[in-house]
Design a protein around this ligand. Structure first.
Ligand code: FAD
Ligand code: SF4
Length: 507
């Protein structure tokens, strides 16, 4: 009978899992039982997008199959909860000890710390090895900016550096060369779809039985194995990385992914390793296959933003969940789940979420959370919606991105300014406005773009606080051009509009 149980969480599908490596230092494979749990409590926690459920379940089942093929004894159990699954497996195998790796999420990690007490067995919780930042010493109480963290990570992992330690090309940041709108008729490579195999088809059938889910699982085409995820990375590097930086901030009504990587679902499950992704991009630069601005931009996302968010999450939890710096209490409009707002940009992006479970960064930030910030929507409700809708959503990445970067509910502990804009920005960076009944240049009246009206209303309402922020100063200066009558009109229309939004009578 096995003497050690290795418990692997569903978002830890690492090829070289630390708990498996550690267990082998204690006993031969024949004395080790691996347990994976399909926790129904977790899978039915909220009304998830079906692609997310299929991705998580199919990747887990493929992982179990891969471990078995590698000679491991694996129990994959569908249980009411992780606790129920562990109790059942311990009763079945009576292990001497349990080995696990700390979860990326706060609740998972706190739960693991309690396993020993209710299982009555020794539990070893190994440090999490899914993140590069996990090994980086904390900077004490002083907050580290993302830019300084990113440079430190580049040095630590020797990424895009000259022999003398200076950044390749002479600069740490090539953002100025990026962020262009997408010219009409730009050819965009298709994203590879991975046809569901029998195992995935079974998962799709299982997920169809879950109550209260959204989306059409029959269109599922994401990678679910390490080999497929590696293929997705290779295709991105070859086909989309060269234009990644240039069009990183562009949006298009009829394009879901543009030149983005669509790798976050795989990174967050452990199907891809962040350093492998960054090094693959670096190699493409050295091989002359992608320009430095694109490669640096991608490396910045992976070893900069992603790792920074993970680090800030752990520095700010659990308080991050209750932060609400702008006292935003309005309920999330019902049309985020179903229905139409009448705003072309917002409706297109919301429909994309329920169709694919994915939108790229700027749509998350400048369409979705921009609107929620300007409309004063409750951060908890916004987080819940993102957690339900996105294929790459997990607690550790959602709270710092949605409450921190997106809504500024942390008062600037993660991003140094609120990411808000009027319709003018959306018009510049997308083709949404051409198909909209509103006019992005108009602040008041029946044609007023809600983003534009709410943006000016936000500046007026929060003027003293915003002008104290050096990064918001120029925006607040724009208020000088408004006379008293214009200010009054904006605020009166915004109050009525927001009141209707709260009542659900119309957007
Ligand atoms: P690319 O644009 O190709 O970027 C490459 C990679 O960089 C991504 O795959 C991702 O792993 C990483 N990355 C870039 N920015 C961030 C960031 N701010 N935080 C974490 N990783 C980053 N990311 C998630 O992984 N899950 C989420 O649930 C999530 N929710 C978000 C919600 C909001 C409101 C905002 C503003 C951002 C959110 N992000 C989230 C961050 C980012 O938008 C996504 O990682 C990115 O859009 C994923 O698409 P991609 O793989 O095509 O990314
Ligand atoms: Fe969105 Fe305003 Fe443009 Fe309409 S006019 S698409 S609401 S930004």
């Amino acid at each position: 009978m096995p003497t050690h149980l290795v418990a692997i969480l569903a978002d830890q599908l690492l090829l070289e899992h630390p708990a498996l490596i550690h267990a082998q230092t204690l006993a031969p494979k024949t004395d080790i039982q691996v347990v994976l749990v399909e926790s129904q409590a977790r899978l039915q926690l909220r009304p998830y997008q079906r692609h997310k459920l299929v991705l998580v379940l199919s990747a887990l089942r493929h992982y179990a199959a891969a471990l078995r093929a590698d000679g491991w004894q694996v129990t994959l159990i569908a249980a009411a909860s992780w606790r129920a699954g562990l109790l059942h497996t311990c009763a079945q195998f009576n292990p001497d000890s349990i080995i696990t790796m700390a979860g990326a999420e706060y609740n998972a990690r706190r739960a693991q710390e309690r396993w020993s007490s209710w299982l009555g067995r020794a539990v070893t919780v190994l440090p999490n090895r899914q993140f590069l930042a996990a090994d980086v010493p904390a900077t004490g109480t002083k907050r580290q900016t993302m830019e300084s963290f990113y440079r430190m990570m580049r040095v630590r992992y020797q990424l895009l550096l000259e022999a003398d330690g200076s950044p390749v090309g002479g600069s740490w940041n090539y953002d100025a060369e990026n962020r262009k709108p997408l010219p009409k008729h730009t050819p965009i490579p298709l994203v590879q779809r991975y046809l569901p195999d029998e195992l995935t088809l079974q998962v799709i059938a299982d997920v169809a039985a879950y109550p209260q889910t959204y989306g059409d699982a029959s269109t599922f085409g994401l990678a679910v194995t390490h080999a497929q995820a590696a293929d997705a990375l290779a295709r991105f590097i070859r086909e989309r990385l060269p234009d990644f930086g240039r069009y990183e901030d562009a949006m298009a009504a009829d394009e879901d992914v543009l030149f983005h990587s669509l790798l976050s679902p795989y990174l967050n499950l452990g199907l891809l390793d962040p350093l492998t992704c960054a090094r693959a991009a670096e190699a493409a630069y050295h091989a002359g296959l992608a320009p430095l601005a694109a490669v640096e931009g991608f490396v910045r996302q992976i070893v900069g933003w992603r790792e920074y968010m993970y680090r800030r999450y752990w520095e700010l939890m659990p308080e991050l969940r209750t932060m609400n710096a702008w006292a935003a209490t309005r309920p999330l409009p019902e049309w985020f789940w179903q229905g139409q707002s009448g705003m072309h940009c917002l409706d297109t992006v919301i429909a994309r979420v329920w169709r694919t479970g994915y939108t790229h960064h700027i749509e998350r930030l400048m369409i979705l959370t921009n609107f929620c910030t300007l409309a004063g929507i409750d951060p908890v409700a916004v987080n819940e919606w993102f957690l339900a809708g996105y294929i790459d959503a997990y607690d550790w990445v959602m709270w710092p991105n949605v409450s921190g970067m997106g809504l500024n509910a942390d008062g600037g502990l993660i991003a140094t300014k609120p990411y808000i804009s009027s319709g003018a920005y959306i018009k510049r960076m997308s083709n949404y406005c051409a198909g909209c009944r509103y006019d992005p240049a108009v602040r008041t009246g029946p044609d007023a773009c809600p983003y534009t009206m709410l943006y000016w209303n936000f500046l007026l309402t929060h003027q003293p606080r915003l002008q104290a922020n050096p990064r918001m100063g120029p925006a607040v200066l724009g208020l000088r051009h408004l006379d008293d009558a214009q200010r009054g009109d904006i605020q009166t229309q915004a109050v009525i509009w927001l009141q209707r939004l709260s009542e659900g009578t119309s957007a």
